[in-house]
Design a protein around this ligand. Structure first.
Ligand SMILES: Nc1ncnc2c1ncn2[C@@H]1O[C@H](COP(=O)(O)OP(=O)(O)OP(=O)(O)O)[C@@H](O)[C@H]1O
Ligand SMILES: Nc1nc2c(ncn2[C@@H]2O[C@H](COP(=O)(O)O)[C@@H](O)[C@H]2O)c(=O)[nH]1
Length: 402
């Protein structure tokens, strides 16, 4: 039991009716969602505060510490919180890098509700805001030995600045030349089972007798590097991802025949005879499901490797792109130390009183949140950011920043 704290943050200043002003040493915000108050922020070491979450339940008068899923924002110099819907709270962190200042705390989305059931606790989930329409992640599935890894390696080699591999966890032993953290995170079964229980995985499955799984962190790490995330996972995993909120493209790779698949597996020479037979038995069911389950958007036959690779590039819109010409577009804005926030429909207006604006002119930054996609587990994409210059005597102009 406890009391609602006295917040360091002064809200309702400058005539803004639903924002928070960060001129004070703000370290906590409170946002009401239904009969709960989400208190975000916390421990302040004088220069930065970590972003913890507590929930005050008005009906019971009790404080609850929720399970917090997803990578949370780094400690920052304060933040603003704006209720976007009954599902999520927008957080703008102060003093963060331009690409790391917009976050979403999901409090009642589909994913959060599912996790509440699984974990039996109160749950909230962080999702970082990504500007513009980042390319969708790509899920590549197919039976063992069909050539998924070979095709993915070709993509990584040709498009190193565009494609990033989601490094899975597995309980199987490393093969010769496989490196921990590069090909897989090789993990003890007990550790992986515990992490699964704590909701760290986007999906996991028992495949050919071992546990395999994609951690939320693995997908986020690729998104953070500004690259398109490529996942190599089995059909069960693809089904789980399809059911999640990760908006991806699903591609199934088929062998020309079972005979050819067997020859490739044997020629690879990485499995014991017993393992090869197990993988071939599983392959029949996987091919059946790959073709008929409706999980996959595209099926590619890997008969001739070069042709299959060309078709894969075609599906990903990479055909004809000269890799050396590609440069990620620089984008982003620095949120000034002093700002306040107002929500109007699907726009969030950030009133920036920069130190240079001693002449009374102000700058407005507008976040358009009408086209948001994705969300936890993973990033929230589709955020558009605009600058509206000098509005003391009227608007000078609107510039899209992303
Ligand atoms: N089109 C092809 N023709 C002939 N051999 C191929 C072709 N594609 C891949 N291979 C070979 O088949 C073997 C299996 O390929 P790869 O390891 O990429 O399969 P995989 O689908 O990633 O398997 P796993 O799911 O077990 O990781 C490799 O030795 C690879 O060089
Ligand atoms: N569901 C998941 N399946 C995965 C993941 N990582 C790999 N895999 C699949 O496992 C088999 C066997 O892989 P191998 O490296 O032991 O040959 C293969 O079909 C992969 O696609 C994962 O994170 N989740």
């Amino acid at each position: 039991m406890g009391e609602v704290p006295a917040f360091c943050v002064d809200n309702l200043q400058n005539g803004f009716s639903n924002g928070f002003n960060l001129k004070s040493e703000g370290c906590e915000t409170s946002t009401n969602v239904g009969d709960k108050t989400f208190v975000i922020g916390g421990l302040n070491d004088g220069s930065t505060s970590s972003i913890g979450v507590r929930i005050y339940e008005k009906s019971t008068g009790k404080w609850v510490i929720p399970t917090v899923l997803g990578t949370k924002p780094k400690p920052c110099k304060g933040h603003s919180a704006v209720l976007l819907s009954e599902d999520q709270i927008l957080i703008i962190t102060r003093g963060s890098t331009p690409d790391d200042c917009i976050w979403f705390l999901e409090v009642n989305t589909k994913y959060v509700k599912e996790q509440k059931k699984v974990l039996g606790t109160e749950v909230v989930a962080w999702s970082k805001g990504v500007r513009g329409d980042a390319e969708k992640p790509v899920v590549i599935s197919g039976p063992s030995g069909v050539g998924k890894g070979t095709l993915i390696n070709m993509l990584m080699k040709e498009f190193p600045s565009m494609c990033g591999f989601s490094v899975s966890h597995t309980t199987r032993a490393p093969r010769d030349k496989e490196k921990n953290g590069v090909h897989y995170h090789f993990t003890e079964r007990s550790v992986m089972e515990k992490d699964i229980k704590y909701g760290k995985f986007l999906e996991f499955a028992s495949v050919h007798g071992n546990l395999y799984g994609t951690s939320i962190e693995a997908v986020e790490a690729v998104a953070d590097s500004g690259k398109r995330c490529i996942l190599d996972i089995d059909v069960q995993g693809a089904r789980s991802v399809r059911a999640s909120s990760l908006d991806a493209i699903f591609i199934f790779i088929c062998p020309p025949s079972m005979k050819e698949l067997e020859e490739r597996l044997r020629a690879r020479g990485t499995e014991t005879e017993e393992q090869i037979l197990k993988r071939l038995r599983n392959a029949e069911a996987e091919i059946e499901q790959g073709k008929s389950s409706g999980i996959f958007d595209h099926i590619l036959y890997n008969d001739n490797l070069e042709e299959c690779y060309k078709n894969l590039k075609g599906l990903l819109g990479l055909d004809g792109i000269a890799p050396t010409n590609y440069k990620p577009s620089p984008r982003g804005i620095d949120l000034p130390l002093d700002h306040s926030v107002l929500k109007i429909d699907n726009k969030i207006l950030i009133n920036c009183e920069t130190r240079e604006s001693g002449n009374g002119s102000k700058n407005l930054i507008a976040l358009d949140v009408s086209l948001l996609k994705g969300g936890a587990p993973g990033r929230t994409r589709g955020l558009n950011v605009y600058a509206i210059d000098s509005f003391s005597d009227g608007f000078d102009g609107i510039h899209k920043l992303s």
